[in-house]
Design a protein around this ligand. Structure first.
Ligand code: DAH
Length: 340
């Protein structure tokens, strides 16, 4: 009888333990089976009604049942704790292989990168970098550069005037004059900066863009110095196979004057879409500084001579980075700038 009862308690307890959802449920089972008022205790209380000689065997059976239930409870508890730990570890796991969140960092504007490169090359050849004012006197922008009063460049259509005598410089060439006036010879300078013209905005024009002026003045400077210097420059900028070609041109402040072309650095001169089939790309204006310009700035043209050149910065940037619309350089759209 007792045996059957105990067996039943064990089986029921085992089934309850099996279904227990959590540690709380296990605890309730422990109380109801093993507790002070639990089922086993109640059975134990009936021991005193048994004959003395039967009591040890009875007690042993109850103890066995208690042990069996305790073991089951302990097993279930360990299993639950282990599962809880596994869930916690899975939930809190740090995946060290996940890509890190990137912090976007900026970089120099294409114009700035090209200007840095141009400056690096000329500084390497012993040039110094100087600057002049963007708001300039008519004298420096035109007159001292041998640009006569009736020259078309002086038209109000082409130039932003502030007063009759003050304007936004249309070129960086006035910095030549400002350097010459300092009277410290020889001169070997480049002058990068912003220039302004009353132009409509389109793919190749803007009312504001940048030039890099260059000038060398010393005793005995000749056209071959100009050619050698500029050839060295473009070979460093576009690659050592770059060839140069000078075409006669006219600038009021140089004589003789030329425009310089470089062999197309895309096709090497064979002719392609990039150089519009020409094989050559125009890159800058240059010439030997006009004796009148030297004299106006107080330099004796019988003792000194020099050469000068003017580069359009945007033009070089557009070529180098294969950008086909100048406006992209000014819109500062991050999606565009990100590509460089
Ligand atoms: N100032 C000229 C321009 O804006 C460019 C230029 C040509 C500058 C020849 C020079 C030069 O110094 O020698 O078109």
């Amino acid at each position: 009888m007792v045996n059957e009862k105990l067996q039943k308690i064990r089986e029921e307890a085992a089934a309850q333990i099996q279904n227990a959802k959590d540690l709380d449920a296990l605890n309730q089972i422990r109380v109801s089976v093993l507790g002070k008022k639990g089922e086993l205790k109640q059975i134990m209380n009936t021991m005193k009604d048994l004959p003395k000689e039967d009591r040890p065997a009875f007690g042993q059976m109850v103890n066995e049942a208690r042990k069996a239930v305790e073991e089951k409870l302990e097993e279930a508890k360990e299993r639950m704790e282990e599962e809880a730990l596994k869930r916690k570890l899975a939930f809190e796991k740090i995946d060290v292989t996940l890509p890190a969140r990137k912090h976007p960092i900026g970089h120099a504007h294409p114009n700035t990168s090209v200007l840095d490169e141009v400056q690096r090359i000329f500084v390497g050849m012993g040039f110094s970098v100087v600057e002049g004012p963007e708001i300039e006197k008519d004298y420096y922008n035109f007159e001292a550069l041998n640009i006569p009063a009736n020259h078309p460049a002086k038209d109000e259509q082409d130039t932003f005037y502030i007063t009759k005598d003050i304007l936004l410089r249309t070129q960086t060439s006035p910095v030549q004059v400002r350097e010459m006036e300092k009277g410290q010879l020889p001169i070997r300078m480049i002058a990068p900066g912003r220039v302004f013209r009353a132009d409509e905005v389109d793919a190749t024009h803007s009312p504001s863009f940048h030039q890099i002026e260059g000038m060398v003045i010393d005793k005995g400077i000749t056209m071959s110095d100009l050619k050698g210097t500029l050839q060295q420059f473009v070979q460093e900028l576009f690659g050592k196979d770059t060839r140069v070609k000078f075409r006669p041109h006219h600038f009021p402040f140089t004589e003789p004057s030329a425009e310089m072309d470089v062999s197309c650095f895309k096709c090497g001169g064979k002719g392609c879409r990039f150089c519009k089939g020409e094989g050559w790309i125009e890159i800058l204006g240059c010439g030997m500084v006009h004796p009148k310009v030297l004299a106006m700035s107080g330099i004796d043209p019988n003792v000194y001579s020099g050469f000068a050149f003017g580069i359009g910065l945007e033009r070089i940037t557009l070529l180098k980075d294969e950008i086909d619309d100048m406006r992209l350089l000014y819109e500062n759209d991050i999606r565009f700038l990100d590509q460089f």
